[in-house]
Design a protein around this ligand. Structure first.
Ligand code: DQA
Length: 172
């Protein structure tokens, strides 16, 4: 199973950026934690990608189609503004968990709106760097559950339908 990680603007400054709000872990530290957890879960971590440019993020998301089984997306400020990133995620058709270090609903009203949340499998916010690890666990759980039920994965290419166990013939 391949899980991609997409990070939006200013997340390259984690560790020095508003540490009281976002914590002191750098993106590199978060990625190491994610890799360790991915190894325990037996999944491959693709990327991670970080960009401060919307178009670069859009193209990175296009690249997930047919490659990634799921994704963690912290689009940062673009979460609240970017129709382009929303459309790219819809086009890629890869199930994703929206991740935020901070609890965006406990912050300024303009952060309460996400253009991605309604097309995400779910949202994890407010746990600092741990949000990423929780998000990884959640998307892996989702992809496994989808595979069991035969629902699409990897850019919506139809997965093989779940095989039914043969019925045990009635006794007697
Ligand atoms: C963030 C929350 C966003 O509102 C903000 O613009 C960010 C980081 C978070 O991880 O808490 O850059 O996505």
């Amino acid at each position: 199973m391949h899980i991609a990680v997409i990070n939006g603007p200013n997340l390259d400054l984690l560790g020095v950026r508003e540490p009281g709000r976002y914590g002191t872990a750098t993106l590199a530290v978060i990625e190491r934690r994610l890799r360790a957890r991915a190894a325990e879960l037996g999944v491959e971590l693709d990327g991670p990608v970080q960009s401060n440019h919307e178009g670069v993020l859009v193209e990175a998301i296009h690249g997930l189609r047919g490659r990634a089984d799921g994704a963690l997306v912290n689009a940062a400020a673009y979460t609240h503004t970017s129709v382009a990133i929303r459309d790219a995620l819809l086009a890629a058709g890869v199930p994703f968990v929206e991740v935020h270090l901070s609890n965006v609903w406990a912050r300024e009203p303009f952060r309460h709106q996400s253009l991605l949340a309604d097309i995400a499998v779910g949202v994890v916010a407010g746990f600092g760097a741990e949000s990423y690890v929780l998000g990884l666990e959640a998307i892996v759980h989702h992809v496994k559950a989808s595979r069991r039920s035969g629902v699409a994965s990897r850019g919506k290419s139809a997965a093989a339908p779940a095989r039914r166990r043969p019925r045990t013939p009635p006794r007697g």
